[in-house]
Design a protein around this ligand. Structure first.
Ligand code: HEC
Length: 338
């Protein structure tokens, strides 16, 4: 018990000071992490990666808990559900706690597994920002509970809570794009709907024999199936495919990505024809595999010089193009008419 009631009144109890100190330390140290340990893109030791993997488990807690807060606030304002009101503060506490935990573990995952790139950075800062907002929302809620009248704290609390939810939603979306690729939500929708979401780039929409073969046939495959891990957004295996020079050069193995006219020595081809059980298969076995037609197209393009400035018609005159001709005919007939 605190012998000095004055001190209690000014919210200066030992517990409050301790909680505020922890909160302030977290508020400062979370955003400092990426500056202290920048994401280099090279994988770190198992000691960092192993706990980092638990990010995937932990991240679901703040999502569920944060969304329960407005639900409980809303229901709690109805007489029949009044008993839910006292749960809001503990909910917020565990939401903030799990958000901080998910952020730190996510950071360890990025360091341990060597993630880097724009999408990772966006996701990382989104997670940190969400945690900071929740760490601010929590004491605001406490202040609201201490004053019975509607005060400026209430307005700040609701703004801060709304901000946390928005930030959480955007962070989750970036996270899902990292895991499943940016087209995951829309790629199985009917083409007409996909067009609304502007996810049409992987469709052979409007290609003709005059179209550039690389731009209209090959790049869309790389774009939809490889860029999620091999472009400026996220760079795995130190290999970027969104720049033709880097695509040719290859990644950390030192093998050339593409050797024009030479399938055997092209690491890209070697990786896409691996068995599903092989560790080297690309895309990795956790992802949807390339369709046989897509592999045939890529092989045909490499075989014929992997050029980026030739038209489809031009390349189709090459020998052994019968199979490709039928694939392109199929694509042309299944492409939605404009
Ligand atoms: C989900 C992430 C992911 C996707 C999608 C993905 N890769 Fe990879 N890729 C990796 C990782 C991780 C490595 C590094 C480990 C390794 O070499 O197996 C890698 C390495 C590679 C390498 C070796 C680079 C080198 O020289 O070391 C090639 C080539 C490659 N990928 C090609 C592709 C192609 C082609 C696609 C699309 C058809 C693709 N990848 C899709 C994750 C991915």
């Amino acid at each position: 018990m605190n012998p000095n009631p004055e001190k209690n009144k000014s919210a200066g109890s030992g517990k409050t000071i301790l909680a505020s100190a922890v909160g302030i330390i977290l508020l400062v140290s979370l955003p400092a992490l990426p500056f202290l340990f920048p994401l280099s893109g090279t994988a770190g030791p198992d000691g960092i990666a192993a706990p980092g993997r638990f990010h995937i488990l932990t991240l679901h807690f703040p999502i569920a808990l944060v969304l329960m807060v407005p639900l409980f606030e809303l229901l709690g304002s109805i007489r029949a559900f009044q008993q839910l009101r006292p749960s809001v503060l503990p909910l917020l506490f565990f939401a903030a706690l799990s958000s901080v935990a998910a952020s730190v573990l996510g950071f360890l995952l990025a360091l341990g597994d060597g993630f880097s790139g724009r999408l990772i950075e966006q996701h990382m800062w989104g997670g940190i920002f969400t945690s900071i907002l929740l760490l601010i929302t929590l004491p605001l809620k406490l202040l609201c509970e201490r004053t019975s009248k509607k005060t400026v704290f209430h307005a700040c609390y609701f703004l801060s809570l709304a901000g946390s939810i928005l930030s959480l939603t955007s962070t989750s979306h970036h996270g899902a794009s990292l895991v499943h690729g940016p087209t995951y939500l829309t790629e199985r929708l009917p083409p007409a709907l996909q067009r609304i979401f502007q996810e049409t780039e992987q469709l052979p929409d409007g290609i003709s024999l005059e179209s550039n073969a690389y731009e209209s046939l090959i790049k869309p495959i790389f774009q939809s199936r490889c860029y999620s891990c091999h472009s400026a957004e996220k760079i795995k295996g130190d290999f970027r495919m969104d720049d033709v020079e880097l695509l040719m050069a290859g990644g950390e193995s030192g093998m050339e990505g593409i050797v024009p006219g030479n399938l055997e020595d092209s690491e890209v081809h070697y990786r896409i024809i691996q068995k599903p059980t092989s560790k080297g298969l690309m895309p990795p076995s956790t992802e949807l595999p390339l369709a046989p037609d897509q592999i045939t197209l890529i092989a045909w393009w490499i075989q014929n010089g992997a050029e980026t400035d030739r038209s489809i018609g031009d390349l189709l005159s090459a020998p052994d193009s019968e199979k490709v001709i039928s694939i392109i005919k199929n694509m042309l007939s299944s492409a939605p008419a404009n």
